[in-house]
Design a protein around this ligand. Structure first.
Ligand SMILES: CC(C)(COP(=O)(O)OP(=O)(O)OC[C@H]1O[C@@H](n2cnc3c(N)ncnc32)[C@H](O)[C@@H]1OP(=O)(O)O)[C@@H](O)C(=O)NCCC(=O)NCCS
Length: 195
């Protein structure tokens, strides 16, 4: 099944357009565009962001622009999955500070989420605020379950997940090898958002 045709009209099972601008009290969550690459390159060039996640540090601005151009479709290259990436900006200065991503498989029954906030702006509750808003958007549109996989050593990310209402359901050896070491991950699930 291709989600391409459905998402350009309106994915019936999703409930509404999946890839929309979302506002919170302090933040703007914008569907990713190639134009976000210049600002995000500086945020993502910090090696300290990659201690506990397998994402690649961007090798060049050209690489990141191309990556964001692909992601701006909101779909995997074969159009079978929703690849929803939002750039998080602060309302007060319109500065891009991070991203939240959600991958939704063809079954549309769950989403797998990830999040990153640049080091200079960590510790202000921005991750919690943006993750909660995206979970709310996904669940309002019929996604029954949001999942997140978090390295057991990643205390800030665990704190974000648990404060949003994710519940730890399992702990298992990671599929990823970071710095030559296969770590251990907690598997978190969110089935309803606490009010
Ligand atoms: C995880 C991450 C997104 C958090 O961003 P953030 O905007 O700083 O998060 P918030 O401010 O919303 O919340 C951070 C929480 O972590 C807590 N925290 C921070 N450092 C901590 C530590 N070393 N030990 C325990 N808790 C810690 C903070 O106290 C806060 O919780 P609180 O509000 O209950 O006190 C950010 O650290 C990051 O991008 N890390 C690198 C990328 C990454 O690992 N992403 C997640 C992959 S699963």
């Amino acid at each position: 099944m291709s989600l391409l045709r459905e998402s350009t009209t309106m994915t019936p099972s999703f409930g509404g357009p999946p890839f929309v601008l979302i506002r919170t009290a302090r933040l703007l969550l914008e569907p990713i565009t190639e134009g976000h690459a210049d600002e995000m390159f500086r945020v993502l060039a910090d090696p300290s962001l990659y201690h506990y996640m397998p994402s690649e540090i961007p090798t060049s601005l050209v690489w990141l622009r191309e990556r964001y151009r692909v992601l701006s479709r909101g779909l995997s290259p074969d159009a079978s999955q929703l690849w929803l990436n939002w750039i998080v900006s602060r309302m007060e200065d319109r500065r891009a500070i991070g991203y939240v991503q959600a991958t939704v498989p063809p079954s549309l029954d769950h989403a797998l989420m990830g999040w990153t906030v640049g080091r200079a702006t960590q510790g202000h509750g921005y991750a919690r605020e943006s993750v909660r808003a995206i979970c709310s958007h996904l669940m309002r549109n019929g996604i029954a379950e949001v999942r997140a996989t978090i390295d057991v050593r990643n205390a800030p990310s665990i704190s974000v997940a648990e404060s949003v209402g994710f519940v730890r359901e399992a702990t298992a050896m990671s599929e990823d090898v970071l710095d030559g070491i296969r770590g251990t991950d907690h598997h978190y699930v969110l089935r309803s958002l606490p009010s």
